[in-house]
Design a protein around this ligand. Sequence first.
Ligand code: TYD
Ligand code: MG
Length: 476
Amino acid sequence: MPKPSTQFVCQQCGRTSPVSFGRCPSCNAWGSMVEEPLEMPATSVPRHKGVPASHPVRLDEISGDAEERLNTPISEFARVLGGGVVPGSIVLVGGDPGIGKSTLLLQLAMEMTSSAYGSHPVLYVSGEESERQIKMRAVRLLRMENGEPLTELPKNLLLVTETNLDTIMEHIQQVKPELVIIDSIQTITLSEFSSSAGSVSQVRETASRLRELAKSSGIAVFVIGHVTKEGVIAGPRVLEHIVDTVLYLEGDRYQSYRLLRSVKNRFGATSEVGVFEMRDRGMVEVINPSEAFLAERLVNTPGSAIAVTMEGTRPLLVEIQGLTTRTNYGNPRRTANGLDINRVLLNAAVLTRRAGINLTEQDVFANVVGGLMVEEPAADLAMSVAIASSLRDMPVRADMVLIGEIGLSGELRWVSQMIPRLREASKLGFKAAVIPRRTSHAEALPSGIEIMEARSLQEALRLSLIDHESSHPKGK
Ligand code: TYD
Ligand code: MG
């Protein structure tokens, strides 16, 4: 029997198989197996007997206590990286096409090369855009003051349009940059591999070579990776093991806010979040995100409540909206935007059965303002109160935040990191917070914000909804 010359590779997780599956047995992705030529990369290095390539070193004799970092100008970016760019590290920046990855990294490159930040030489390799296109974008990104560009184009930033990894390596040898940006990994190919650009074997192998480069030379490498849900191009999962840090740029394409989230970081805390706004002059840091997310809020209108959600170590205040309308025919619909649909279903059921808010003949819409995705159960209470507020046509107290998870019996459950959440609400001028009944009083809750403990959803509704007749709820 002749040896097979092809294999099937899952484009999501990299599982290989001699036969195709409709659904990948490892990661359960549908239709993700693609036939690729079977190749044996020449990765085995000839061994020289007697001369080991590495030496074990005593832990206390290794120099350097803390990881050195390059001065990173964009502070929201530095925050997500855990304090700045680490030399010799490889960072994957993933996200949907068009979300702003190239823009953000070009901005980073331009700022790092400026003299104010140590003029680090940077090489920007693009497999997608021509040098001219990148220059046009760079001109657009220059900071303006009184209608004039503030700084001239950086001299230490070199651009090249190239997709062949060997050629890119040569450029790096020549230019000797401190930072290399590869835009994007799906366009880069190794000529000894016959599979097409963006296939799992190409992506995995190019990323490994780039990692070797980073580790051996001390150059920091940023790799952009497109993520599509269809699994047409190599998913980021095969890359996640190879790189030191994985950042995702997320956001609603039709909204201006973007979240840069770290999901893996060898040099800092994970799930740290940086918040940006996409403007016509690039990505602008949002220094006080809670304030930004609440900027357009209408107070004293029914169907709106404020939740405090944790994004990594950072508490964020977000407005959750609920709307109920009578179902015209058929089954009532539940629609979630920025919220987990299952939590909306659960909360609607609990409202109906446990809190006297009858939603059986109501269509329910629940929405997070600002294009943010809130999946935390801690937002249950705000979501439920917003929906109840819409049905009863009673607004929620404008200066109140609602924090808590709701159980099936309509009970409120404690959530983690309550103190930073309350502190953030207080900092933004909120005067009251409805939280679950405390079981332990070990930690003192922040002063400056009135704490209202509620055991059940029903109690929370009584505390938060303003009755038109009696003008104020109990407790104020
Ligand atoms: P881009 O960085 O090319 O996205 P990605 O590399 O993730 O595919 O961003 C593309 C979008 O950003 C495009 O729709 C235009 C918009 N944009 C702005 O709104 N302002 C800007 O200053 C720039 C450069 C782009
Ligand atoms: Mg791009």
